[in-house]
Design a binder for this molecule. Structure first.
Ligand code: UDP
Ligand code: UDP
Length: 464
């Protein structure tokens, strides 16, 4: 009788918070299904990954990170720490230098049944083919965003309109109305070219050779987009999320951080709090940031704003602002546990850049979103939140453009609509409760996402 080696999955997250956090949740889900799991990372990212997995027996292995990326200071191994997001392409390109080490490590590990690597790490497909191991992409976008982005590149529905703000409907998904401005280059371009497009084309081609993709979403949220993807685009996409529900948020009860104490206080005063955060990556023009601050001030609501120090250092106005609003506002500079924050009973709205993890986390906490997208596919996420799901409102520029400058009066008006429950505010609050319930049901034992993950494991381990 031969011995059966335990199923062993290797997970390789991309180097940024937004891509690493959900993959670590996935690692836990696989581990709980009695799989042996190894997470690959790089030296600077290793300590935080190791500490977040301390309560498990998941192995973490470091791969050397390339030095001397032009323009990137040594020691920076994460896109959220880049001096500017304009270094994104050189950064992802440099990750290719990890390839020989990656292959060496995989060969030295106990038999690997599946490699799950981030969609950005397209080169891992070549290694997986060489080593004869199925590779599955981890995809941190919605089915909605990945389907519509792909349609833009293939079918160019925006060739029909004469301006970037003119609305067009999407072939095959006729109820979806978009504008060119909902996309970033290269997707917004009619004849895309350049380094970023090459990167998109290369990772896309690698995806087509893969065994499929795991999507951080649940089927019931966007069935028509997952069906469209699986029937007309591919490779096969399994919805296994929301991954943020893989474990409960760590509610800190002993040594409560200041922001938790502040939220407790607001809750005791019967106040509803608007949480404001724009993610770990995005950059905002100082004038726009100032306008948002003014809108928050004028709205008279209680709010907690996570503002990174690299932003604060540049903005003198924040000092006076903080002092004036100290009774009803808290500005937080450190990393917060966003899932814990959203779960707090006093938090009744989230002004968000609509990074996909933030959207999923808000849904799971049944907190309605006030969308203020900035970059990447965040504009599409905002469309989805508002038009497709009806779980949030959006702050738009006076001229209606999704990329226009937003004035403080519009910020104020939309905050009041959401937090003081105007007609639309009430509707989205009701809807996000239902969607949150569906999200939690998807991840329960026997729920749709949980079953899909079981199915996926069986399929990938018993191929042919
Ligand atoms: N668990 C689960 N589904 C499973 C296996 C485990 O919900 O298929 C739960 C289990 O009841 C326990 C938690 O996950 O509460 C942690 O499980 P385990 O000790 O196996 O994992 P680890 O602590 O190593 O992460
Ligand atoms: N996050 C957090 N605390 C912070 C800032 C961010 O826990 O102070 C987490 C957030 O919960 C989410 C991730 O970091 O899981 C950010 O991912 P998202 O897709 O929302 O945006 P990105 O930062 O990638 O633009």
């Amino acid at each position: 009788m031969g011995t059966v080696s335990p199923r062993h999955f290797v997970l390789f997250p991309f180097m940024s918070q937004g891509h690493t956090i959900p993959i670590l949740h996935l690692a836990r889900l696989l581990h709980r299904r009695l799989l042996s799991v190894t997470v690959l990372t790089t030296p600077a990212n290793s300590p935080s990954i190791r500490s977040s997995l301390l309560d498990t027996t998941i192995s973490v292995v470091d791969l050397p990170f390339p030095v001397n990326i032009p323009g990137v200071p040594p020691g920076i191994e994460s896109t959220d720490k880049l001096p500017s997001i304009s270094f994104f392409v050189p950064f992802v390109t440099a990750t290719k230098l990890i390839q020989p080490h990656f292959e060496q490590i995989i060969e030295s590990l106990p038999t690997v049944h599946c490699i799950i690597s981030d969609g950005f790490l397209g080169w891992t497909q070549q290694s997986a083919d060489k080593l004869g191991i199925p590779r599955v992409l981890f995809y941190g976008m919605s089915n909605y965003a990945m389907t519509l982005s792909s349609i833009m590149l293939r079918e160019k529905p925006h060739a029909m309109v004469s301006s970037v703000d003119e609305v067009f409907s999407v072939p095959g998904l006729p109820w979806v109305n978009l504008t060119t401005n909902d996309f970033e280059p290269p997707f917004s371009e009619l004849e895309p070219k350049g380094a970023h497009f090459d990167f998109v084309a290369e990772t896309g081609a690698a995806a087509f050779k893969s065994h499929g993709m795991l999507v951080n979403s649940f089927y019931e949220l966007e069935p028509r987009f997952n069906d469209y993807w699986n029937q007309k685009i591919g490779p096969r996409a399994w919805c296994v999320g929301p991954l943020c529900l893989a474990e409960p948020p760590r509610i800190q009860t002993l040594q409560k951080p200041t922001w938790v104490q502040w939220l407790d206080e607001k809750s005791a005063q019967g106040k509803s709090v608007l949480y404001v955060a724009f993610g770990s990556q995005a950059e905002m023009a100082p004038e726009q940031l100032h306008e948002i601050a003014m809108g928050l001030e004028r709205s008279e609501v209680a709010f907690l704003w996570v503002l990174r120090s690299k932003v604060l250092d540049k903005h003198e106005f924040v000092k006076g602002f903080e002092e004036r609003l100290k009774k009803r506002a808290l500005i937080v500079k450190e990393w917060v546990d966003q899932r814990e924050l959203l779960a707090h009973q006093s938090v009744k709205g989230f002004m968000s850049h609509c990074g996909w993890n933030s959207v999923m986390e808000s849904v799971c906490a049944s907190v309605p979103i006030l969308a203020f997208p900035l970059m990447a596919e965040q504009h599409l996420n905002a469309r989805m939140v508002v038009d497709e799901l009806g779980i949030g409102l959006r702050i738009l520029a006076g001229n209606g453009s999704v990329r226009g400058f937003v004035e403080s009066k519009d910020v104020e008006r939309m905050i009041r609509e959401l937090m003081e429950s105007g007609e639309k505010g009430k509707e989205v609050r009701k809807k996000v409760k239902e969607v949150g319930e569906a999200a939690r049901a998807a991840m329960r034992d026997g729920g749709p996402s949980s079953r899909t993950l079981d199915l996926f494991i069986d399929e990938v381990c018993n191929r042919k």
